[in-house]
Design a binder for this molecule. Structure first.
Ligand code: TXA
Ligand code: MG
Length: 317
């Protein structure tokens, strides 16, 4: 299989593969997605198999426009406002499924809800335009591993999949996921749009996931699973491991001998865009050299919340 330049001919070829029930990897502004026709249950099953993804973890449905999403799910006033403000863009909305929604039940893991997102990438938009129906697309990595922010990451880890090359993902972190299932919109995953911007748009604070694990798992099944794990051990928040390590720095205070710097000027948007690329490179090197990875402190707030969420999960063993 191949990395395909995102020419009109290759986009049409990939759209045909998808209509025939096949899988391809597509670029989005957040990370690369492993796409399938959302209405084709066999194609959706192939996604779970290819990623070795637990079937309890539902998929996001990608649509060409807010109007298409409004036909698939039930949008209350909050959800509609968020869709109209932030789409196309790195925001996913979880809403009750619409009555005649054609999306395979397997895609939403049997839940009565649906996660919907309208991506802001011209290649994803061109594909969706040719498909007319929605595409499910989880991040195009083996389940639990680092997300892909470049076509080469997909080719290295899912070598049997054709990948449309849309360059390096501009945002670099997965979408922010908001549950709009009752009066209190809930932050289910921090991501490419800052919590603060969403709260300003809604004019109210977002709720957080409930503390009790069972209720949290019902609302956000994927958050309970292992995620973003590099092969080398990773530590953060000033924890220094035994043995040799490579430093992933952040900001102007980074020591000169650091292996990489997420953003030399300390800019969180730049750090988010660099996060997975740096981790993929450092992981290869750390494994080859028998070292671990130590990440400098990244401040919380804004995109720092999503960056720290990914790092915290990457550090879990
Ligand atoms: O930016 C993104 O969101 C990327 C790109 C490719 O669009 N996609 C992505 O997909 O991150 P994935 O599968 O890696 O993460 C989707 C998350 C999972 O945590 C899953 O549990 C959650 O969305 N999700 C999907 N459907 C849901 C639902 N009905 N209710 C709650 N969470 C849901
Ligand atoms: Mg993922």
């Amino acid at each position: 299989m191949a990395v395909l330049p995102a020419t009109a001919a290759n986009i049409s070829r990939c759209a045909q593969t998808l209509r025939d029930g096949g899988l391809i990897a597509m670029p989005t502004e957040t990370v690369y997605g492993l796409a399938a026709d959302a209405a084709n249950a066999r194609a959706v099953a192939a996604i779970f198999e290819t990623k070795a993804r637990p079937q309890i973890n539902p998929l996001i449905c990608h649509v060409a426009s807010p109007a298409q999403a409004f036909d698939l799910g039930q949008f209350d006033a909050h959800a509609r406002r968020l869709a109209e403000t932030f789409w196309p863009g790195p925001l996913t909305l979880v809403v009750p499924r619409g009555a005649s929604c054609p999306v395979s039940d397997l895609a939403s893991a049997g839940l009565p809800t649906l996660a919907l997102r309208c991506p802001d990438h011209h290649v994803a938009q061109a594909l969706l335009g040719e498909m007319r129906g929605p595409l499910v697309a989880p991040s195009a990595n083996p389940s639990g591993r680092l997300s892909p922010s470049e076509a080469a990451h997909v080719a290295a880890h899912l070598p049997d999949i054709d990948v449309l090359d849309g360059g390096i993902c501009a945002v670099g972190l997965e979408s922010t996921i908001i549950g709009c299932l009752d009066a209190a919109p809930t932050l289910l995953r921090s991501g490419g749009i800052e919590r603060e911007k969403i709260e300003t748009c809604l004019g109210m604070p977002l709720s957080d996931l409930p503390k009790d694990a069972d209720s949290a798992a019902r609302l956000a099944p994927g958050r309970m699973l292992q995620h973003y794990a590099p092969h080398a051990p990773l530590s953060m928040n000033g924890e220094i491991p035994d043995g040799d390590y490579l430093v992933l720095g952040f900001g102007p205070g980074t020591p000169a001998n650091a292996a990489e710097n997420l953003s030399p000027s300390g800019d969180l948007t730049e750090a988010a865009a660099n996060l997975f690329g740096c981790l993929h490179r450092l992981d290869l090197r750390a494994v080859a050299e028998g070292k671990s990875i130590v990440v400098s402190t990244v401040p919380s707030g804004g995109l720092g919340d999503a960056i720290n969420d990914r790092l915290k999960r990457a550090a879990q063993r």
